[in-house]
Design a binder for this molecule. Structure first.
Ligand SMILES: [Zn+2]
Length: 310
């Protein structure tokens, strides 16, 4: 499938991208009490900087990008996936972009990186989807993946998300050309392939001991986050509720948000919660490995990355 907005840009060489032995392994493991958590990078997505804040004045947005040493037009967004092991279950949270989009050549690396991390697809007992955008479900549509998954695999997703994609509303988004059609098509294909494995929930579901998925809405009507808690420690996987700009500017609309006002409301409330309870945060599109804390800073927030501990 073609997403022609990137065709004028030439790919940047990526050290160690090919072959099973990557120079940069792109995985990061930690423990939350008794629960094993691993962040695995699916690669990166070249997206316009304007997508981070389509309601901000262009000059203000440009100044933010400059302050963060980011190019003014487009830059690589991270694409983080999480694997959680608890109570004998192996839970894959989101599945990356897959390989159907040659215009996004630096994404879609999840499957070989899971293998390199020693995670066999047949060991995955549960998949949780934060939502059904193609950069979160595409990995499951890669040729040969379905055949390696267990026949009794359960895919947890909010009922509201499945319902939304029956007739999705794109009237409030601000996406690059080609994306709405690609998103519609991928979600449809996903439901056709995996419909029988979907286990929908209304508001909340405990997937494994200490691993709870909760619907937030906002980004999409069924967007959900995953809270992991064990032995007094916590980690929250926020999916697409929080982007790099979201700490300083929680009120900036991301171009992929189907209900931007609601997304601002739930983002602000989640950041307040994490600042208050000290939970670690991991989010899909924050720089890998995206493990850190949230602090309050005036009437907004501050991102405090965790120190390397290995
Ligand atoms: Zn996303």
């Amino acid at each position: 499938m073609s997403l022609d907005y990137t065709s004028h840009t030439s790919p940047i060489p990526h050290p160690g991208r090919s072959g099973p032995e990557e120079l940069v392994p792109s995985r990061y493991a930690l423990k939350i009490g008794e629960i094993d958590v691993m962040v695995v990078s699916d690669g990166v997505l070249l997206l316009p900087g304007a997508m981070l804040a389509h309601n901000a004045a262009p000059a203000v947005r440009a100044a933010w990008l400059k302050d963060n040493f980011l190019p003014p037009d487009a830059f690589d967004w991270a694409l983080n996936v999480v694997v959680v092991r608890s109570g004998g279950r192996t839970v894959l949270i989101d599945a990356g972009m897959g390989t159907e989009f040659p215009d996004l050549p630096k994404s879609g690396q999840l499957i070989h990186r899971l293998e390199a991390a020693g995670i066999d697809l047949s060991s995955v007992t549960d998949v949780v989807l934060t939502h059904m955008h193609m950069d979160h479900i595409g990995g499951l549509l890669v040729d040969g993946v379905k055949e390696q998954l267990r026949p009794d695999l359960r895919i947890h997703v909010a009922a509201a998300e499945v319902k939304f994609w029956e007739a999705p509303d794109f009237s409030r988004v601000s996406m690059p050309p080609g994306f709405p059609d690609a998103l519609r098509k991928t979600a449809k294909q996903f439901v056709a392939e995996y419909g029988s494995k979907l286990r929908t929930f209304e508001d909340e579901y405990e997937v494994a001991p200490g691993v709870v998925v909760t619907r937030t809405g906002g980004h999409t009507p069924g967007h959900s986050i995953v809270r992991v808690a064990s032995g007094g420690e916590r980690l929250t996987f926020a999916g697409d509720l929080v982007f790099t700009v979201g700490f300083e500017h929680p009120d900036w609309f991301n171009g992929f948000e189907h209900d931007p006002e609601e997304a601002v409301r739930v983002r602000t409330s989640l950041l307040r919660e994490l600042a208050a309870n000290g939970s670690l945060l991991v989010a899909t599109h924050m720089p890998f490995p995206s493990v850190g804390h949230v602090a309050v800073a005036g009437d907004a927030f501050r991102w405090v990355p965790s120190f390397w501990d290995y």
